[in-house]
Write a protein that binds this ligand. Sequence first.
Ligand SMILES: NC(=O)c1ccc[n+]([C@@H]2O[C@H](COP(=O)([O-])OP(=O)(O)OC[C@H]3O[C@@H](n4cnc5c(N)ncnc54)[C@H](O)[C@@H]3O)[C@@H](O)[C@H]2O)c1
Length: 153
Amino acid sequence: MSDRLTQLASHLNYPRGLLAGQVAIITGAGQGIGAECARLFANEGAKVVVSDIDGVKAEEVAKRIREGGGEALAVQGDLLKDEAIGELVEKAVGWGGKVNVLVNNAGFTWDGVIHKVCLSLIFVSVVVVVVVVVFWREGEGAVVLGGGVGGRC
Ligand SMILES: NC(=O)c1ccc[n+]([C@@H]2O[C@H](COP(=O)([O-])OP(=O)(O)OC[C@H]3O[C@@H](n4cnc5c(N)ncnc54)[C@H](O)[C@@H]3O)[C@@H](O)[C@H]2O)c1
């Protein structure tokens, strides 16, 4: 390989996509912003873990991704419950072998954001802590946090 090709090799991933070979967990991916993130990540070659409290919606999103040639696994679970968080990360690692990205998006937009936000922040934090342990094992990783107007609580 020429010097120039060696230099560019890690960027020349078309048509595999910008996220080829990466595993991403997207919470709240049964609909809305999360579902669209899942579709975009899969289009860029990521193996996507579609996590949602609504298992039917999560499976629909994962099925659409697979039908489009992508790789997706639906995992149902209420992320307000500790055991669901451990289970999600375990299933993601069991299926994808690792986790590179967490898009922490779960939370109902129209659910009285101001008075529910403290609970929301707790489950956001727990998911982040559990996934960061996996990142630490892998040596790298990225977390994307979804925020909202309720963050002033
Ligand atoms: N849409 C907006 O204008 C807006 C603005 C600011 C912030 N946000 C935040 O962005 C995120 C996504 O917004 P959206 O409009 O796509 O929301 P949405 O309500 O359309 O979808 C949220 C998804 O999260 C899932 N979810 C909710 N609670 C969960 C839980 N405990 N465990 C697992 N899954 C759960 C829901 O089932 C749903 O599929 C939300 O956290 C929302 O608060 C949205």
